[in-house]
Design a protein. Structure first.
Length: 298
């Protein structure tokens, strides 16, 4: 097999119906990824697969898109219906509010859906309100939230951890407290401060997370803070992340259609492949396919 023939799993993408997304269909407000008129529409699995054309992507993982409160199961059930009808995507990361005292019932229902592999509850908090999602930076430390989190291992569900640099020490402590739960760090740790000090703090946080053997990292969303598909940014973040975690704990994700705001899929994929070209075939296979196949059991 030549390097160009390595089959790829896209471990982070979204599909949606606009009517289900209040954050897209409501009044436009500033977002972390800038102006987003172009994606305020339906994005179907058919369009996603058309975007993949020529990129040798053989499987994919859907990650939740924050349907309105109380609709987490309905979102997962809809995704399952798309899978049943088309065969794509191949795994689903659903949403649950782990602080909800009744989340156990929801998690049990989600776990019964064949495609369910994990939970994402976005915990990222930033001093910049435009970058902020969680109400506080330390939600993951709350006893009530952790009671909900403890249920994930019972159902063999991984957790997708989305945090900024200043939250990484808490993230590492969470992973250490729950060694039987698999973590996937979103978007290579969301490096938004690319100053010398920003890089230093990000490296320290990433190293703390990497010390926990149950933490993996998704190389996705790398255009979020520059609003572009930039080879220099992507290559540097990837090289540093792989050096810290090792290729066998890293995996590729497109974050489409968000990244579609500034690039097409072929351009993103080529830039990513160029960025990992310095690695040997085994390491590239891990990042492009094997790690995701293992974590999401696909």
């Amino acid at each position: 097999m030549s390097l160009k023939d390595i089959p790829t799993i896209d471990a982070h993408h979204h599909i949606w119906r606009l009517k289900d997304l209040t954050w897209l269909s409501g009044p436009q407000v500033p977002r972390i990824f800038g102006p987003y008129e172009a994606i305020r529409r339906d994005y179907s699995i058919e369009e996603f697969r058309a975007d993949l054309d020529g990129c040798n992507v053989v499987k994919s993982v859907y990650v939740q898109t924050n349907w309105p409160a109380g609709q987490s199961y309905n979102e997962a059930k809809w995704v399952q219906s798309v899978i049943d009808a088309t065969g794509w995507p191949h795994a689903n990361v659903a949403h649950a509010d782990l602080a909800d005292p009744d989340c156990g019932e929801l998690i049990a229902r989600l776990a019964k859906l064949p495609a369910s592999r994990g939970i994402r509850q976005q915990l990222h908090w930033h001093e910049n309100p435009q970058y902020r999602f969680a109400p506080r930076p330390d939600v993951m430390n709350d006893a009530a939230w952790r009671r909900g989190f403890a249920l994930l291992a019972q159902y063999d569900l991984l957790f997708e951890l989305q945090v900024f640099t200043d939250q990484m020490q808490n993230g590492a402590a969470l992973a250490r407290a729950f060694p039987d739960t698999t973590f996937v760090l979103e978007h290579a740790g969301m490096l938004e401060d690319m100053s010398k000090d920003g890089w230093k703090r990000w490296r320290a946080g990433m190293s703390a997370l990497a010390e926990q053997p149950n933490v993996n990292v998704k190389l996705s969303g790398l255009g979020t803070f520059v609003h572009a598909c930039r080879a220099d940014v992507m290559a540097t973040i990837i090289r540093e992340t792989v050096a810290i975690f090792g290729a066998d704990r890293c995996l590729y994700g497109s974050n489409f259609p968000i990244e579609k705001l500034w690039t097409d899929y072929a351009g993103l994929y080529k830039t990513f492949r160029d960025a990992i070209a310095y690695l040997d075939e085994k390491q590239q296979c891990a990042i492009l396919h094997d790690t995701a196949a293992r974590l999401y059991r696909i």
